[in-house]
Every structure is written in structure tokens, then in C-alpha cells.
Ligand binder design. Structure first.
Ligand code: COI
Length: 360
């Protein structure tokens, strides 16, 4: 049976206030949001309501102890005007993997998917049609018990809200390999999309910015030797013609959905991707031999972001953007899937259903 989602539509759309040719990332929000609450041991009160503020108790546990997880996904519209998601079920699954690690209740996958269809169906006009733009979707779950003390909350809220976005990184990004602070260690929460991972990255990111770099390249939390990820995206290196990306099996790296697609797209295009540990020493050695050809990041927000340079200790490795072609293969493929000009060999595309929710 389809989950019942009560819909209350806004009577005052804000869409005419938006300049779709000039959208700052993450600052514009569509008309509606999905809300559900977890109490008495189950998720209930599924509803779509006008996007608005809500009250939060000062002792709400999320504010103190950080039980908060989220996802980032996108809906886009093809050249023929069809709205779609890319692999939404993988986001539903990853949300629940994060929930388990953070001792939070999982969210029923079928309700998650139904809510996405209902919400995006309702706010379809907010999907920007421009290539490289999309409707960003932010599912978010957090603890709501009003309690001082460290233990898992009994009550939670789930939200899904959306907003039109342009590219997250409009220019190639420069990376500073971090050899003092860490993002994640084996046994930690690196594979969970949880708020604290992002909070912990802010100081090192600010220090990197002060040295003139856009982002931190995280290294392993034990020896500061092996590459992990960038925090906003997974990372790929091209050394001597080989595409290399670190494995996610130690749970220190986010299991990127765009990363997974990127590996498949490259393999389909005849590139062999080595998923293995990659040390900074190997990267430096390749650079010194003139074999460090390209680096790029992949993520929902970033899609594919080119890397302009990588700094490590006293070395700055500049990358020639004219010869960097492999990241572009992935980006063109994903753009093509979204605008309907590339065949969807792996059935990643899920068209937004015409009307999915039950109006009560
Ligand atoms: C995403 O790629 O969707 C993320 O959640 C990362 C964040 C930097 C926007």
C-alpha cells in the first residue's frame, strides 16, 4: 500500500522571486517540504507542508549531542521536459546506513521514495533547466528529545526540502593535503553523512583557505600517508594514465553515489579504475616524473570538480587543465543522462511520478 502523505499546498508561491540564471548554491528554497516525526517507536505523520521555520526546544538533543544525518541528491529535467532522479534508492539506503551508525532509527525506504516523488512533483517548476543546474534535495534527520544527558534520543524528525542550484564549484579547486588534522579514522564515523564530520572540517578548511587553497585533501588518520577524500566530494587521481581512487571499505570515506557512477562510466568508456590505497608519496613521485596528469572530485553537489593543484608539505603540484580530460568524460555523461541525450544503460534514471502522494 502507498504510504499516506498529507499535503498542504502553499497559497503563495515564491517562485517568481527567483532568478534562475543566477542561483547561488544552497540559498534558495522551494515552496514545500516533507516532514515526518518518530515517536512511540515509529515514523508517523507523513506530511508535505509549505516550506517554513519551525520551533525547536533549547534542550533538543540534536543541538547538544549531534545526532543529525543528511543526504544530498538532485532532480533534473530533460530537454523534453521530463523530471527525474538519479538512483534515489541508493540515497535512501545510505541515509539508513548513516542512521545505524549514529544510533538513529532507519527511515522506511518506500516512504522516502514516495515523499521524493510527491515533493518534486509538487515543486517541479523549481527545477532549473540549464545544464549543470538542478533541484538540490536535502533529506535531513535529527534527534528531538528535550533532554540533557548523553544517550540516544527517543524522538526524531525527518525533513526533505529542496532548492534550485547552479554548480557547487564553478572553477577548478585547489587542494591542500592536510598533515595535522584528520577527518576520519578507522572505527570512526567517516562513512556516515553526519553533521559532526562537516563541523570538524571547518577549522582545517579555514586554515587551508588562509593559505590560499579552496579545500582540504584529507589523509588517513593514522599515518597521514594515504589519500581519503575532500569532505565535499570523493577524489580521483590520474597517474601515468591510470585512474586511481581510494577504497571505501574501511568506512573512513563517504560511499559516494556519484563516485560509484563515475567508476562505472569510466569502465564503460574503456578506462580501468584502480580502487586502492594511494599514498601522497606515490602522487609526488608521479608528479616528479611528469606523470601526475589529472585529479578530480565527484559528489552530488560538485558532480565532477576539476582540481587545479595539490599542495603537500612544501610541494605544490600544479595540474594542466588543458590535458585533463577524464573527469570531463564523467561530467559529460552525467549531464547527458540528465538532459536525456545519453542512454541510461544502468537504469540510474528514475522519472518523477506524475502524482504519487495521497491527499487526505
Ligand atoms: C553533496 O554533495 O550533496 C553534499 O552533501 C556535500 C555538501 C558539500 C553540499
Amino acid at each position: 500500500m502507498k504510504p499516506a502523505i498529507k499535503i498542504t499546498k502553499t497559497n503563495q508561491s515564491r517562485i517568481n522571486e527567483v532568478d534562475f540564471d543566477n542561483i547561488p548554491f544552497g540559498r534558495v528554497f522551494s515552496d514545500h517540504m516533507f516532514v515526518a516525526d518518530y515517536y512511540d517507536g515509529q515514523w508517523q505523520d507523513y506530511r508535505i507542508v509549505p516550506f517554513a521555520n519551525f520551533e525547536i526546544h533549547p534542550a533538543s538533543m540534536v543541538l547538544h549531542y549531534g545526532q543529525s544525518i543528511f543526504e544530498g541528491m538532485k532532480a533534473s529535467v530533460s530537454q523534453s521536459g521530463k523530471a527525474m532522479f538519479l538512483s534515489p534508492e541508493l540515497h535512501a539506503q545510505r541515509l539508513n546506513t548513516s542512521a545505524e551508525r549514529m544510533c538513529m532509527p532507519t527511515f522506511p525506504e518506500e516512504v522516502f521514495l514516495e515523499a521524493l516523488h510527491a515533493l518534486v512533483n509538487l515543486d517541479q517548476a523549481w527545477i532549473p533547466p540549464q545544464t549543470g543546474s538542478a533541484l538540490y534535495i536535502r533529506p535531513l534527520m535529527f534527534a528531538t528529545d528535550e533532554f540533557i544527558g548523553v544517550k540516544p534520543s527517543h524522538n526524531y524528525r525527518m525533513l526533505i526540502f529542496t532548492g534550485p542550484v547552479g554548480p557547487y564549484y564553478p572553477k577548478p579547486v585547489s587542494l591542500l593535503a592536510e598533515d595535522k588534522y584528520i577527518r576520519a579514522a578507522v572505527g570512526g564515523v567517516g562513512a556516515a553523512k553526519t553533521a559532526g564530520n562537516y563541523a570538524a572540517s571547518l577549522l582545517p578548511a579555514r586554515l587551508a583557505n588562509e593559505k590560499g587553497y579552496d579545500q582540504v585533501l584529507w589523509l588517513d588518520g593514522k599515518d597521514f600517508k594515504y589519500v581519503q577524500e575532500v569532505g565535499t566530494m570523493n577524489i580521483f587521481f590520474v597517474l601515468n594514465g591510470k585512474v586511481i581512487t581510494p577504497p571505501t571499505d574501511e568506512n573512513t570515506i563517504l560511499k559516494g553515489i556519484t563516485r560509484k557512477m563515475a567508476i562505472q562510466i569510466l569502465e564503460d568508456n574503456g578506462y580501468q579504475v584502480e580502487v586502492r590505497k594511494l599514498s601522497m608519496d606515490e602522487i609526488v613521485e608521479a608528479y616528479n616524473k611528469g606523470q601526475f596528469q589529472e585529479a578530480f572530485g565527484t559528489g552530488t553537489a560538485a558532480v565532477v570538480a576539476k582540481v587545479s593543484k595539490v599542495a603537500y608539505k612544501d610541494m605544490v603540484m600544479e595540474l594542466d587543465q588543458n590535458t585533463a580530460k577524464i573527469g570531463q568524460v564523467i561530467k559529460d555523461h552525467i549531464d547527458g543522462l540528465r538532459n536525456g541525450t545519453v542512454a541510461d544503460k544502468w537504469n540510474w534514471i528514475v522519472p518523477v511520478k506524475e502524482m504519487a502522494a495521497v491527499e487526505l
